[in-house]
Design a binder for this molecule. Structure first.
Ligand SMILES: [Zn+2]
Length: 209
């Protein structure tokens, strides 16, 4: 039988208590990996009580979502490409060579996509991976769907710099906040290359800001 969240949480609390108040760090786990970005003594935060409900997200009310006609576009997240059903935004300059976000034009979360939209999502994801991995400083394009901050479906495409083995794997998203942001001209150049690839492979149109 599937476990309730009350049982899940109680089991975690019991493990925390048995360990003396803090869950132990994994002995041979990620804190020993070359990719783990931090040094020094670490303590796992104490688990918070179970919340009464899921936290609210931006766009839970579609009328207040960033896709609503009344919401002004964010200058920090320029739309770089669009077609009939999808758009691609570029994240502000950060430690990663390139971060793009793919989202449907319609106010839909991932689980609400129709079969047609889901099929297009697959094609666009592959094209974005190809475009981002073609950048000379990129070793891999990671794909992430969290969805905990915004109700409007959005998928992250995050470039991992090449030949920097410390940045491999999931901790690339933490290194992204630690490395110096890429310069503005590089940011724009990478957008141009990625969008040109998208237009050439899947159509749609690039968007100039
Ligand atoms: Zn929306």
């Amino acid at each position: 039988m599937p476990e309730s969240i009350e049982d899940f949480h109680a089991r975690a609390l019991a493990a925390q208590e048995a360990a003396g108040g803090h869950l132990p760090l994994p002995e041979d786990g990620y804190t020993t990996w070359a990719a783990f970005p931090f040094d020094g003594d670490l303590t796992v935060k104490a688990l918070a009580p179970l919340a009464d409900e899921e936290a609210a997200r931006e766009g839970d009310n579609p009328a207040e979502c960033h896709c609503a006609p009344s919401t002004p576009a964010s200058p920090d997240w320029p739309v770089r490409w669009r077609d009939e059903h999808w758009l691609v935004k570029q994240a502000p300059p950060s430690g990663s060579p390139a971060i793009f976000v793919l989202e449907p034009l319609e106010h839909l979360d991932m689980h609400e996509l129709s079969r047609d939209r889901a099929a297009e999502y697959g094609v666009l994801s592959v094209a974005l991976v190809q475009a981002i991995e073609a950048l000379p400083s990129v070793g891999r394009c990671h794909i992430g769907r969290w969805g905990d901050g915004g109700a409007h479906g959005h998928v992250w495409f995050i470039a991992r710099p090449t030949r920097m083995p410390q940045l491999r794997g999931t901790f690339n998203t933490l290194w992204d906040d630690l490395l110096p942001p890429i310069p503005q001209d590089v940011w724009r150049e990478h957008a141009g290359a990625v969008i040109a690839h998208l237009v050439a492979t899947v159509g749609g149109e690039g968007v100039d800001d």
